[in-house]
Design a protein around this ligand. Structure first.
Ligand SMILES: NC(=O)c1ccc[n+]([C@@H]2O[C@H](COP(=O)([O-])OP(=O)(O)OC[C@H]3O[C@@H](n4cnc5c(N)ncnc54)[C@H](OP(=O)(O)O)[C@@H]3O)[C@@H](O)[C@H]2O)c1
Length: 247
């Protein structure tokens, strides 16, 4: 039986809720995991290296359950996430956050290959497990982390923009699939602007907010079962402009 979740203002209720945050060792994912754990959730947290989670595990104790997952290996990702979901006794909220972004000024192959492996195939592998888990339970929430970059190609991050366009459109299809198959499962596509994390490398970044601010807004969007959310909200204006501005 899934934990009953509700919102009172921005406060999360229910101490028996469970979540998995894929890519929880740093930045936005780490802030989401900490935000949920502070509200009493039990959170499965993943990284490619166990040591990247040691400090969090020491600090949060049995509120977090660590697992090594490298989404670049889709089969071991599917296996690992299913095992983690079993360990938690079921998952109310899936946060599909692991991702990479590399400034590639020379259009070198390796950064392109890496970005597409992680953000496209890796994202599909995480989604596969979340979708089938939620279908099995007949309920749940899935959040996928895209980016405002989905709106527009960029000369030095072509694979990043392309991969985030994939994430957003993929989630659109997944949402429609689940509407027929398991209507109580919600799919939230979040598109952050510039968030202050190790991944953010643009000197010209503006409206930068902390990972903690982003985390609170992402969790609120998921709990409210929003289909789409810009983070922070004002990025919706930039996204609309990017759609109509000349190249
Ligand atoms: N920061 C921004 O301005 C911004 C804006 C829009 C969207 N986003 C998106 O937000 C998400 C989180 O990014 P962030 O800014 O928080 O970056 P970050 O601080 O670099 O965190 C990335 C997380 O993903 C994990 N990860 C990376 N590659 C992985 C792989 N192959 N397999 C498994 N886990 C992997 C990392 O874990 P380990 O390294 O420990 O394995 C880490 O926990 C990404 O999807 C990113 O595209 C960020």
């Amino acid at each position: 039986m899934a934990a009953r979740l509700c919102l009172r203002g921005s406060k999360m209720q229910n101490a028996n809720a469970t979540a998995i945050v894929v890519g929880a060792s740093s930045g936005i994912g780490k802030a989401i995991a900490e935000h949920l754990a502070a509200a009493g959730w039990k959170v499965g947290v993943t990284s490619r290296k166990l040591e990247n989670l040691t400090e969090m595990v020491t600090r949060l104790g049995n509120r977090v359950v660590p697992k090594v997952i490298d989404v670049d290996d889709p089969e071991s990702t599917r296996e690992g996430l299913r095992a983690l979901a079993d360990e938690l006794g079921g998952v109310d909220l899936w946060v599909l956050n692991a991702g990479t972004g590399i400034l590639n000024r020379d259009f070198a192959w390796e950064p392109e290959r890496q970005t597409i492996a992680t953000n496209v195939m890796g994202f599909a592998a995480m989604t596969d497990v979340a979708v089938h888990h939620c279908i099995g339970r007949g309920e749940g929430r899935i959040v996928g982390v895209s980016s405002v970059a989905k709106k527009r190609g960029h000369p030095f991050t072509a694979s990043y923009s392309g991969s985030k366009a994939f994430v957003s459109l993929y989630l659109d299809g997944v949402r429609q699939f689940l509407r027929r198959k398991a209507p109580k499962v919600s799919v939230t596509e979040v598109a952050p602007g510039y968030i202050d994390t190790p991944l953010q490398q643009f000197d010209e970044a503006f409206w930068v907010v902390s990972a903690e601010t982003a985390a609170k807004q992402i969790v609120a969007a998921a709990l409210a079962r929003r289909k789409h959310a810009y983070v922070p909200r004002r990025w919706a204006v930039i996204a609309a402009l990017l759609s109509i501005m000349p190249r």
